[in-house]
Structures are given as structure tokens and as C-alpha cells.
Design a protein around this ligand. Structure first.
Ligand code: SF4
Ligand code: SF4
Length: 701
């Protein structure tokens, strides 16, 4: 089924927010989290609310529910639901409203579910809280709701605990709980954040199907503009607590009239395009200390003195299209455009690092286990099979190139990155660096290796020691891997901070004083400290907002151009990979199933798994419908990898028993033996060569 705007909206307003202001009181100051927000949502409408972290999206959702916590309050304005002012309701009336009429699916499914109750009990509890039904009736209804949201085996899964389900299944359980009382309004707060693209497309499909079936009105909060483009009818763009632009989805994406909306669109990477995601400079202002004038003025390319006085009102651009900007006509006349193809792609040199037949297996069974093949013996002693995280991988990385490594969670990407750097010991196979076997290095050669090979981790919040200053954090690798004296180290720290666009004043700061983007800059400065020639970037931008993400990709590109550094960029996001990589490898269940130059991967022939990944990426253009290939089930456990082709349990193009019995070798495509494009699949090239409908590329604009 195709994703499409269903256009089932009516003129009847379900939710009406008027001039809403929300504040949180904190010691010594008030955070003005939502200011002057007005919006109406019609029955049957899917209304998207987008914006960066700190824009007030989630606070707005909590204000709708009148659920702001002890330190939050609506200071002025109204929220009406079906004409009733919700601030007039008693606490018991609000309790009845929440769940019965308005349901809310909070961010982060994992922490929203009770870890000590089975998911069936949790859904049944919600049903009993709002309906007068017996425990067994509620349990039966819970199983039906789990079936409705496509939980694969509802009778069995109902008895499971949240940790036994995948992230996508946990999200489905939360949606089942929200829908169990047939609410009129469903508020979904970042329902796909943290999910792989294939799971994301299934959740988006589920939301569409449920909307059609239950005719629910939906408020969808997400930072993901592609999802907004694909499934919403109307859109509100928020920034620093204010609504910056609002209108029907086509107006917002075709003719964005606010410089902030234009900036967000320019910062969003697009698959296979020559667009270089372009950052919005600066940061969201401090919401406890706001100046007069436009909150976006310090970051806005169109700002003039007139923007810095008074309060900026919403202005009408067209029917059902408003913007909060004094200079919107200038912004429409000459909109902010992303850079095109400006990331310098270095020409690759000779081989720098390579791995042959690399395997990493965790939890190998004890010797006694391996002596007995009888599975009943293994069961008796509870000997679980080992985890094959990296399975027979060959890889070559050349000097000055950026190689992208893509796959879903659990594909073994991070384990491969760490094994290449000897942070994990390979179970089998060899890694060579500049032609020398890393496994044979003595301790001084290992020290030399680590001065040349560094890693940047995914989460800048946890990868920096909170007790050390930024100066100490960046200095550490200089102490460990270089012979620089104290003065040289101090000078180098300041130089590195400058290179990542942070001033010398950061030397004495602690990580908690920095924003997420600044922390990731520090992590990058630390990795560059010993002048490495190779850096593994493990999901370096996945925890960051789209604008900060563009900023970090820019920085990595600049540093690569300056130093000729080689990167292995690990990401679950093909759009990010597409923006910066020269070559790409697709990984599934510990194996590389396709590899090639960047353009090889985005054009046919495609491995069936690559095809599914690419088709699952929603399009930023609301006129272009996505047709995601929905893969059955989740990635199998690495303890029980399928025989034959590891993808055969989910492959929509599976041929038959050959796929179950015989593991396909990587074969070169097209140009024959000299081709850099290789695919591991039993299909003929013709069968892998159908174009993907709706996939953006330069040819189709
Ligand atoms: S009012 Fe001025 S600063 Fe604000 S978005 Fe418009 S042009 Fe930019
Ligand atoms: S070998 Fe068979 S199961 Fe594997 S990807 Fe190809 S067609 Fe699908």
C-alpha cells in the first residue's frame, strides 16, 4: 500500500488552541516554553508539528492534555476540545478525557512501558481504566488490539514483557494502548524516533491504516520532515516555543515562506541527490532570557534591524498559509537553498586498512558444549548458541576516501568498526594497516596504530567524561599517543578547538555546559588530536537535530579536505551516508550483502535488502508518494542466523530452496570483474534492476 495523504478532513474543528503561553518555573527563572501558539485541527486531519529540540513541540502536546507537571503552567490562552475549554475541567473530568477522548503516545516506547508487567496486562489495564469490563474481557480485547496493530503473535506476545519485544513492537504496543478506547484525537510524539528505517515505514503505514479505520484525528509531532511531507494534511513549524509557519502540507513544502522552515528543508539530507545538507548557523536562544523581536534573528540570513524590535505577529501568505516573519516576501523571492555537491570528495589513494575473512563471535560455547552436538544436551545445560556479530567480512579502505557502512540495528556495523580498530579481538580473519597485520603488533606498534586510528562514538553525551574539562578530554590522546610536552599539548588543544569552531574559552568548560552539537565537536577534536589517518565515525550525527547534523557533516567534510583523513562512517541513515560517502557497504546480520561506489548503490541493480532500505526512506516532496517495501518481521537473532542467504526469512524476492540452502557469494555487477559494485544474491542482475518508484535522484529531480 502506498503512503498518501488521505484528505479525510472535515470543516468541524476538534482541537482549537488560541494564543497559548506555557511556562516552566525553574530555580531563579521561568522557561517560556510555548508562546503565542494558535492552531486548529479539523476532524479527520493529520496535523504535523515539526521543529528542532527545544522548539516546544512536546510541551504543546502536554499542554493539550493539561498534563504539564508541577512546575509547568498555562499562563494565558486556551485549549478547546470539541468546543470545551479544557482548563475549565476538574481533575477527574480530565482523567476521563485522557485516554477516552484524547490519547497520547509519548516519546521513547521503551521507557513509557512498565518493565515489570506483561504488555497484554498493560493494554488490558488501560482498557479497564476507561471501560466497565471484566478482567478476562479486557484481556481478550487487549489481544485483539495487539492484533490490530500487527503484533505478529498476539496471544503469545501478550504474555511477554517489554524487554522481550523489539523497538518497533514496543511502539505498536503503545499505539494499541492509545487506540484501545477509540479516542477522537491521537497525539503521537516522535513515534518513529530511534527506529530503523524499515520499522519506521511499518509504523507510518500502521498510523495511516488505523487513521483510515478509526477516523481518528491525529497530531503527529516529529523532527522528521520527510514523514511530515508524506502523511500529514497540515503542518505547524515551531521554533523556540513559537509557531513560525503554518499551512497545508503542499504550501509549506512547495513555498516555504519562513527563513526557519527554509533552513530546516535545506539542512535535511536527501537520498541520492547532489544536495549538501546545509546547516542553520547558531543555536536556539535561551528561553529564560528572550530579547525583543524575532527569536530567530541571530540565525537568520534575512534579518535586519526591523526584526529586532517588538513582537513579530503571524502574517497571511495565502489561503491556509501563515508565517511569523516581517520579511517573508524577501524570503519567498530568494529562498535559502542548500549547497549543491560542494562536499569535496578526495580522490582515493592506495590501500590503508583492510580485513579478510573477519569474524567476531561473542559468547562462544564452552569446550564441553562444542564437544556435544546433541541439542538436548545443549538445552539441558542451557548453552546458548554464540552470537555471530561479524561473519566473514572482507573490506578494503583506501587513503582519503569515506566509506559508509549501513544497516539496521543488530546488523553488526558497530562491532565491525570496533573489530577493525582492535577494540574487539577478531575471532577469525586478519586486519592489516598499511600492509601490516595488526594482530601481530607489539605494544609500541599498537600505540602507533592508535595514534593513526581513532573513533568517534554515537552519543556525545555519554562519550565525554563528565568530570573532566574539555581541555583535559582533548589533551588525553595527546598524552597517550604523542610525545608532545605540556606546552605543545596546550597549544594543540586550542588549535583543535579552533578547527572545530569552538573558542579557547571552552578549554575550562565541562561537558554538561555544552549543547549536543558542541559535545560532538569536542569528540571530533579529540579524535583528530593525534593526527590520525583513519577515523571510525560510529553514528556521529544520529543523536543530533537535522541542522546540527548538517553542521557536523560540514565539519567532517572540511577536516577531511584539510587533512586527507580516511573515514569509515557507520550509520543506519542512508540519507546521511549519501551526503558524504564515496563508497558504501550494506550490512545485514553480520555480512556485507552489497558494496559499491555511492552512485552504484542508489541505482539499479539493487540487492533485495538495499531495495527495501531505499524504498523505506520517505520523500521530502509531498507530491511524490513513497512505496515502501515492508519487510516481514524483525532482523533475526544473531544467535540463530538463517542457513543459506541470511536475508531469506524476510526477502520479498526469495527464489526458493536455493536461498535457504546456499549462501550467495558477492558477485561483481555490470562491468564485470573490474566493477567495484558487488551484490551477494542468487537473483539474475535483470531481476534486481527494476527502478524504485518515488526514489529521489538527480535524474528525476
Ligand atoms: S522576522 Fe526577520 S529575523 Fe525573523 S525570520 Fe523573518 S527575516 Fe528572519
Ligand atoms: S539470495 Fe535469495 S533470499 Fe537472498 S537476497 Fe537473493 S533472492 Fe533474496
Amino acid at each position: 500500500m502506498q503512503l498518501e495523504q488521505t484528505q479525510t478532513t472535515s470543516n468541524e474543528t476538534v482541537l482549537s488552541i488560541d494564543s497559548l503561553h506555557v511556562e516552566y518555573s525553574t530555580p531563579g527563572s521561568n522557561v517560556r516554553a510555548v508562546r503565542d501558539v494558535s492552531l486548529d485541527v479539523a476532524r479527520g486531519e493529520t496535523h504535523g508539528i515539526a521543529g528542532e529540540s527545544g522548539s516546544g513541540k512536546s510541551t504543546l502536546a502536554l499542554a493539550i492534555l493539561q498534563y504539564l507537571g508541577d512546575n509547568g503552567s498555562i499562563t494565558s490562552g486556551t485549549v478547546q476540545f470539541n468546543g470545551t475549554d479544557l482548563q475549565e475541567l476538574s481533575e477527574s473530568e480530565l482523567r476521563s478525557l485522557r485516554g477516552n477522548d484524547i490519547a497520547h503516545v509519548a516519546q521513547d516506547a521503551k521507557s513509557s512501558l512498565n518493565p515489570s508487567l506483561s504488555v497484554g496486562e498493560q493494554v488490558a489495564e488501560t482498557i479497564q481504566a476507561h471501560q466497565d469490563v471484566s478482567r478476562s474481557e479486557a484481556h481478550q480485547q487487549a489481544i485483539e488490539m495487539l492484533r490490530e496493530v500487527d503484533i505478529p503473535d498476539p496471544e503469545y506476545n501478550a504474555d511477554q514483557y517489554p524487554h522481550e519485544l523489539s523497538g518497533g513492537q514496543q511502539q505498536r504496543v503503545l499505539i494499541a494502548m492509545a487506540l484501545s478506547c477509540s479516542p477522537e484525537l491521537l497525539i503521537l510524539d516522535e513515534p518513529t524516533t530511534g527506529l530503523d528505517v524499515t520499522t519506521q515505514s511499518k509504523i507510518v503505514e500502521l498510523i495511516q491504516d488505523l487513521k483510515d479505520e478509526y477516523e481518528t484525528t491525529i497530531v503527529l509531532i516529529t523532527h522528521n520532515l520527510e514523514i511530515i511531507a508524506q502523511i500529514t494534511d497540515r503542518v505547524s513549524i515551531m521554533y523556540a516555543g513559537e509557531l513560525m509557519e503554518q499551512g497545508d502540507v503542499y504550501s509549506i513544502f512547495d513555498d516555504p515562506s519562513n527563513p526557519y522552515t527554509q533552513g530546516l528543508l535545506a539542512a535535511t539530507p536527501e537520498i541520492g541527490s547532489d544536495k549538501a545538507p546545509t546547516a542553520i548557523p547558531g543555536q536556539i536562544p535561551d528561553l529564560t532570557d528572550l530579547d525583543d523581536g524575532c527569536t530567530f534573528a541571530d540565525r537568520c540570513a534575512f534579518a535586519t534591524e526591523e526584526c529586532r524590535t517588538g513582537s513579530i505577529a503571524m502574517e497571511t501568505v495565502a489561503d491556509d498559509h501563515e508565517t511569523r516573519c516581517r520579511r517573508w516576501e524577501a524570503a519567498v523571492e530568494d529562498p535559502i537553498q542548500p549547497k549543491r555537491g560542494t562536499y569535496d570528495r578526495a580522490s582515493a589513494g592506495g590501500e590503508l586498512l583492510s580485513a579478510t575473512g573477519l569474524r567476531k563471535i561473542f559468547d562462544e560455547p564452552s569446550t564441553v558444549g562444542t564437544l556435544f552436538e546433541d541439542t538436548s544436551f545443549e538445552r539441558f545445560f542451557d548453552l546458548e548458541p554464540p552470537v555471530k556479530a561479524v561473519n566473514d567480512v572482507d573490506i578494503t579502505v583506501r587513503e582519503s576516501e569515506t566509506v559508509g557502512l549501513v544497516g539496521e540495528s543488530g546488523s553488526g556495523k558497530s562491532t565491525l568498526g570496533r573489530t577493525l580498530l582492535s577494540l574487539l579481538e577478531p575471532t577469525e580473519g586478519t586486519v592489516t594497516f598499511r600492509g601490516d597485520d595488526v594482530g601481530e603488533f607489539d605494544s609500541s606498534e599498537m600505540r602507533e596504530f592508535y595514534s593513526e586510528c581513532q573513533i568517534v562514538f554515537q552519543n556525545p553525551h555519554s562519550s565525554l567524561n563528565p568530570r573532566k574539562t574539555i581541555g583535559q578530554i582533548i589533551e588525553r590522546p595527546l598524552r597517550m599517543f604523542t610525545d608532545a610536552d605540556a606546552e605543545a599539548r596546550t597549544n594543540r588543544v586550542v588549535e583543535l578547538l579552533e578547527q572545530v569552531d569552538l573558542g579557547p574559552e571552552y578549554v575550562r568548560r565541562y561537558p554538561h555546559e555544552l549543547s549536543g552539537g558542541e559535545k560532538q565537536r569536542v569528540a571530533i577534536a579529540r579524535a583528530f588530536a593525534p593526527n590520525p589517518s583513519f577515523i571510525v565515525l560510529d553514528e556521529p550525527v544520529s543523536a543530533l537535530d537535522v541542522s546540527v547534523q548538517a553542521n557536523i557533516l560540514d565539519l567532517l567534510s572540511d577536516l577531511r579536505a584539510e587533512y586527507g583523513t580516511t573515514y569509515l562512517l557507520i550509520s543506519h541513515d542512508l540519507s546521511v551516508i549519501s551526503a558524504i560517502c564515496d563508497r558504501i557497504m550494506i550490512m545485514y546480520l553480520g555480512e556485507i550483502v552489497e558494496s559499491g561506489r555511492r552512485d552504484d548503490i542508489f541505482e539499479p541493480p539493487y540487492h533485495p535488502y538495499t531495495r527495501a532500505l531505499l524504498s523505506s526512506i520517505p520523500n521530502l516532496d509531498p507530491h511524490k508518494e513513497s512505496s515502501p517495501i515492508l519487510l516481514e518481521g524483525d532482523v533475526p537473532s544473531m544467535r540463530n542466523t538463517p542457513n543459506g542467504c541470511s536475508f531469506h526469512t524476510r526477502c520479498p524476492q526469495k527464489i526458493g530452496s536455493v536461498c535457504e540452502e546456499s549462501c550467495p557469494e558477492v558477485e561483481p555487477t555490470g562491468e564485470g570483474e573490474s566493477s567495484e559494485h558487488g551484490i551477494a544474491c542468487h537473483l539474475d542482475e535483470d531481476e534486481m534492476s527494476t527502478a524504485i518508484e518515488g526514489l529521489h535522484n538527480d535524474a528525476d529531480g
